[in-house]
Design a protein around this ligand. Structure first.
Ligand code: GDP
Ligand code: MG
Length: 195
């Protein structure tokens, strides 16, 4: 099997400006970029998670900025197993958009992926417009886990969260229970351009 066929596809979606590209950039081990412009190239990073000597490759895909036009391409969504809905905790509108993004995914996929909700920019907590319990309530309604984090200040929790979602996916789709789960030490394999 090719490298990419046996990897698990994860996508980040949500309004433009919520920090999706930075979450991925930081997860890839690069510096947070405070001047990042809208994403101009579609790409994904690959991370490897290990459990009892078995490796699980996860490809985390970023958009090419199509979310600005409130659309998602089929190719971007197709075959994703874990869908992360991202909002900005300082911007209520981005939270209110989440059902819209989820519906676009539901229209494209003919199966139910593992959904998750991420509230980003927690370093700007004093400007918070979305309370944690509102996020919990929405997430619960769609059977998703929630993470409140900051791409700027916290490089670890997002990576660990993807590990948890991977556990949920493996349990749901393959009935595999994972007791201990860790990021492989050399987990950043590559960053790829895909279009
Ligand atoms: P995207 O459009 O969803 O990919 O968002 P970007 O990753 O391009 O980020 C949009 C803007 O928000 C940029 O100016 C980032 O520097 C900023 N940003 C992203 N994550 C954070 C964060 O955790 N905290 C703060 N303060 N700014 C952030
Ligand atoms: Mg982006």
């Amino acid at each position: 099997m090719s490298d990419d066929q046996d990897s698990i596809k994860v996508i980040l979606i949500g309004d433009s400006g919520t920090g999706k590209t930075n979450l991925i950039t930081v997860a890839a081990g690069y510096e947070f970029d405070s001047n990042s412009l809208s994403t101009t190239s579609c790409s994904y990073i690959q991370k490897t998670y290990t459990k009892h000597n078995a490796d699980y490759k996860v490809n985390i895909w970023d958009t090419i900025g199509q979310e600005k036009f409130r659309s998602l391409t089929k190719i971007f969504v197709k075959e994703s197993k874990i869908v992360i809905l991202v909002y900005d905790i300082t911007n209520k509108e981005t939270f209110e958009s989440l059902p819209f993004w989820k519906q676009l995914v539901d229209e494209i996929l003919d199966y139910t992926p593992v959904f998750a909700v991420v509230g980003n920019k927690m370093d700007l907590y004093d400007k918070e417009q979305v309370k944690g319990d509102e996020a919990d309530k929405y997430a619960e309604s769609i059977g998703a886990k929630v993470l409140l984090t900051s791409a700027k200040k916290d490089s670890e929790s997002f990576c660990n969260f993807i590990g948890e979602l991977l556990e949920d996916y493996l349990l749901k789709d393959k009935g595999e229970r994972i007791d201990s789960f860790a990021l492989a030490k050399d987990n950043i394999i590559k960053k790829k351009n895909c279009c």
